[in-house]
Design a protein around this ligand. Structure first.
Ligand code: CAA
Length: 380
């Protein structure tokens, strides 16, 4: 595997880093405190070409590779993990599926504006009784002439109330299990679509997470992506790439913890010397850095496999499993290194811990990643 980044990838990393430091960093604490959605920053991400990074230029995207995407999500999340997930969902869960499975007409209608950042997307798979058990879809899509009528509830939808375009999985026939599920596009403002509840969260508080209600929500039959019954496969294939995005987000959080810890250890004195001279602190930094590099290697490896057209589902699951665990551990250790300062709001590290935890839950819990990995190995 070649882990040497090329000039374009390095430029993207630099551009994302500059955006994160100059534009995102100043307001992160306030946005977290006030749970305010960073609409202006999302618009700027669109202008930088970061909202449809892997979409071909002919559909308004930047035509970049997955490695570049990993580098950009890492840099943004290193400073603001809420922005990281907003960007990741639009890129990997919304643009990817439309580009891969949508018709040209659907790409023209939906993908172009999503890829340029003019519109924002959301991905609605989870339900009150279908989180990890994602085939257990209760949202129904009934065919009625040239329309489908959707009824049901979707939970924990990132970008849910701000999104212009929502990718919705729903069942045409529950008796068919996973083979009864299809994928639909529902546009904001469609009668029958409402935001049922805005979640108050532990972390990633400036991202928008809601439950959505569909009540006799009529959409054109032309909004179905792919065949009837192909929706579960669509969701699984899309989530494989999504897990690379969340691994990158977790990697960014972990790197942010390492940055803050190294900085603080050099500044803070105890027993007449900087705490960086204490072996207890040195060992924590060494372990953190080693796990950050291992997370980066796993994440870039999954991205390289995806870019080369090879299967990458197992590797994406490994990257997410390891990087999310690293993010939580790095945040806990960063708080320990900061001592009392680590526990209070005005320092960054307590937010890193709150933000890190979700990376072990969404886009497949760590337990689901272990299922994906072990099934791939045991079937081989
Ligand atoms: N690619 C293609 N097909 C796949 C697949 C994949 N990666 N994974 C499963 N399938 C197919 C299977 O082959 C099977 O088809 P056949 O019946 O023809 O063989 C069908 O899908 C059903 O699969 P399983 O029998 O394996 O189903 P299962 O009930 O055992 O569940 C699971 C599989 C891996 C546990 C899956 O349900 C899963 O990934 N759950 C987690 C869901 C998840 O990640 N949710 C995240 C929500 S999105 C989110 O968080 C977004 C956000 O806003 C941030």
């Amino acid at each position: 595997m070649n882990f040497q980044f090329n000039d374009t990838q390095l430029l993207i990393r630099e551009t994302a880093r500059k955006f994160a430091v100059d534009r995102a960093a100043p307001g992160t604490i306030d946005r977290d405190e006030q749970e305010s959605f960073p609409a202006d920053l999302v618009k700027e991400l669109g202008e930088l070409g970061f909202m449809g990074m892997m979409v071909p230029e002919e559909w308004g995207g930047s035509g970049m590779d997955t490695v570049s995407y990993v580098l950009a999500v890492e840099e943004v999340s290193r400073v603001d993990a809420s922005l990281g997930v907003i960007m990741s969902v639009n890129n990997s869960l919304v643009c990817f599926g439309l580009n891969k499975y949508g018709t040209d007409e659907q790409k023209e209608r939906f993908l172009r504006d999503l890829a340029t950042g003019k519109k924002l997307g959301a991905f609605a798979l989870s339900e009150p009784e279908a989180g990890s058990d994602a085939t257990n879809q209760h949202t129904l899509a009934r065919k009625d002439g040239d329309s489908y009528i959707l009824n049901g509830t979707k939970n924990w939808i990132t970008n849910g109330s701000t999104a212009d375009i929502i990718i919705v999985m729903a069942s045409n026939d529950r008796s068919k299990g996973s083979k009864g599920i299809s994928t639909f596009v529902v546009e904001k403002g469609t009668p029958g679509l409402t935001v049922a509840k805005k979640e108050k969260k532990l972390g990633i508080r400036s991202s928008d997470t809601v439950s959505l209600s569909f009540s006799d929500c009529r959409i054109p039959a032309g909004n179905r992506i792919g065949d009837e019954g192909a929706g579960f496969r669509f969701a699984m294939k899309t989530l494989e790439g999504g897990r690379i995005g969340i691994a990158s987000q977790a990697l960014g959080i972990a790197q942010g913890c390492l940055d803050a810890s190294v900085r603080y250890a050099g500044e803070r004195k105890a027993f007449d010397k900087p705490i960086s001279q204490l072996q207890a602190i040195q060992f924590k930094i060494a372990d953190m850095a080693t796990n950050v590099e291992a997370s980066r290697a796993l994440t870039v490896r999954a991205a390289l496999l995806k870019d080369s057209g090879k299967p990458f589902g197992k590797e994406a699951a490994m990257a997410k499993l390891f990087a999310s665990k690293t993010a939580v551990m790095a945040a806990l250790e960063a708080i320990q290194i900061h001592g009392g300062y680590g526990y209070v709001r005005e320092y960054l590290v307590e937010r890193y811990l709150r933000d890190a935890k979700i990376t072990e839950i969404y886009e497949g819990t760590s337990e689901i990643q272990r299922i994906v990995i072990s099934r791939a190995l045991l079937r081989a």
